[in-house]
Design a binder for this molecule. Structure first.
Ligand code: NDP
Ligand code: 2IT
Length: 472
């Protein structure tokens, strides 16, 4: 059986997508994909995420006719609920600004809705549907009982004062609080939402509801219900996943050169874990440019970056000025020669040319810290060239896994040590890799972790939906 990830269209060209789909795809999958596009023709990034999953499910859909019989694909691509709301807040000059807030509760078959909140000017319903859809399969892979959701707003926290961010978060929660709860929906961080924002959101939730519902948000501060290792979890988890991929080739991280994009939460802790494991990280970036540090980012330099990004909220260019290395506001770190690439910034940040450049420069493994950072043609290039490729929903599942562990600790009213949480995270990432790898083998595409992760994540949710009846 050939792997089904071979006919991808451009995420920005639905006509081409439809053409390719018509030529090659299983009729049932094709009809569901066409339905997804017809229902919301403008949601390109959601179409992209849906197509990637649907195509890769083909072997499972063929093997188990019950998924078609019970209309699972039609149901799983339709969010259970979309909440959209107005978020008015006062800026520093006293003027009232209005943003749009969302929570997309996509699927709760295996547990309460769970997923992050993104604050970024590009946020819209299509972006959050893509993220919420991915979250369903990711959360299923963690083995913890969590459904899929995502939310956020087109509010741009960049350049805002702390007071403005606080005012926004308060207003956002004034609406969101009625839709969430430890047994309903548990939001967390994503782009633009870190410890500061979770603090403001939790403070508002507590004031509005007059109770300490610690289980209602994850990523909380250590002194008020947060889990140790949650800040580190996505980045560390991504590197643990890459370790597992490398093991299949009897390789490890020691002495490897690593390119990382982004300089936020995920990138920072992916860098830290690489340093701890003896690899050399030579790049960092933000939305205005990227730096190349050929001697490697040391722990000391990383702490400088953490202060720059988490406290001073500056630009990565300052790293180049401070440490006297190259900076560019064009291109990307993917032009550098490296053994391992970890895209940790945002969706579609690795295009086909960049994927080709990585392959030509000898990249051995790609682990996605970000959600869907590689365009479909790029994924195809990695798979065709037998690069060890860990798709985001598997490789970056460490963050939501430790969110699940935070929920478990909150329920117990108890805390685990750093070592305990880290060991559980490590075990979960090893299990996710083993499960995706084994599933790829069962379905005849050994080592294709796109197919393996998607089918493994899908079947647990789909079977739960069948067990729970046609309304679920
Ligand atoms: P942060 O907000 O902490 O950092 C995001 C980083 O990516 C910043 O350096 C930012 O630069 C850069 N970035 C954002 N948008 C763009 C863009 N359009 N072009 C170039 N660079 C961009 O977010 P996280 O580190 O939390 O998230 C990074 C990725 O990881 C996202 O895809 C997220 O969905 C995913 N993820 C996050 C998890 C988590 O636990 N936080 C869990 C799993 C996945 P700038 O500051 O200039 O905007
Ligand atoms: O994309 C993701 O998995 C996250 N942003 C983390 C979600 C969570 O609930 O911890």
């Amino acid at each position: 059986m050939t792997h089904p990830i071979h006919l991808y269209g451009s995420p920005v060209d639905p006509t081409r997508l439809t053409l390719l789909v018509c030529v090659s795809m299983d009729k049932y999958i094709e009809s569901v994909y066409n339905r997804v596009v017809a229902k919301d023709p403008d949601q390109k990034v959601f179409h992209q995420a849906a197509l990637e999953v649907l195509e890769s499910l083909e072997p499972a859909i063929k093997k188990y006719p019950k998924y078609e019989e019970f209309s699972i694909l039609e149901r799983i691509t339709e969010p259970e609920r979309i909440i959209q709301f107005r978020v008015p807040w006062k800026d520093k000059d006293g003027k009232i600004q209005v943003n749009r807030g969302y929570r997309i509760q996509f699927n709760s078959a295996i547990g309460p809705y769970k997923g992050g909140l993104r604050l970024h000017p590009t946020v819209n319903q299509g972006v959050l549907k893509f993220l919420g859809f991915e979250q369903i399969f990711k959360n299923s892979l963690t083995t913890l009982p969590m459904g899929g959701a995502k939310g956020g707003s087109d509010f741009d926290p960049k350049g805002k004062t702390d007071a403005e961010v606080e005012g926004f978060c308060e207003s956002f929660m004034l609406e969101l609080y009625r839709h969430i709860g430890q047994f309903i929906d548990i939001p967390a961080g994503d782009i633009g939402v870190g410890g500061r924002e979770i603090g403001y959101l939790y403070g508002a939730y507590r004031k509005i509801t007059n109770h300490h519902g610690t289980g209602v948000l994850t990523g909380k501060g250590g002194g008020w219900g947060g889990s140790l290792i949650r800040p580190e979890a996505t980045g560390y988890g991504c590197v643990y996943f890459v370790q597992e991929m490398l093991k299949t080739k009897k390789e490890d991280l020691k002495g490897k050169t690593v390119c990382i994009s982004g300089s936020g939460n995920v990138a920072q802790y992916a860098t830290e874990k690489c340093i701890q494991l003896g690899a050399k990280v030579i790049s960092s970036s933000d939305s205005t440019g990227w730096i190349h540090d050929p001697t490697g980012i040391t722990q000391e330099k990383l702490e400088w970056v953490m202060d720059l990004k988490n406290n001073r909220r500056g630009r990565i260019k300052e790293y180049a000025d401070h440490f006297n290395v190259d900076y560019s506001s064009t291109g990307s770190p993917w032009s550098l020669k490296c053994d391992i690439a970890l895209p940790c910034a945002t969706q579609n940040e690795v295009d086909a040319k960049e994927a080709k450049a990585l392959v030509d420069n000898g990249v051995m493994a790609v682990g996605e810290g970000a959600n869907m950072p590689t365009v479909p043609e790029g994924v195809e290039i990695f798979l065709e060239n037998k690069i060890l490729y860990g798709p985001g929903k598997a490789a970056n599942a460490g963050g939501v896994s430790v969110s699940g562990l935070e929920m478990a600790q909150n329920s117990q009213r108890f805390f685990w040590t750093r070592e305990e949480v880290d060991a559980k995270l490590h075990q979960i990432m090893q299990n996710i890799h083993a499960n995706a790898y084994k599933t790829s083998e069962i379905f005849g595409v050994k080592g294709n972790l796109v197919v393996g992760a998607n089918i493994a994540g899908f079947m647990k949710v789909a079977n739960a939906m069948i067990d729970q009846g046609h309304g679920a």
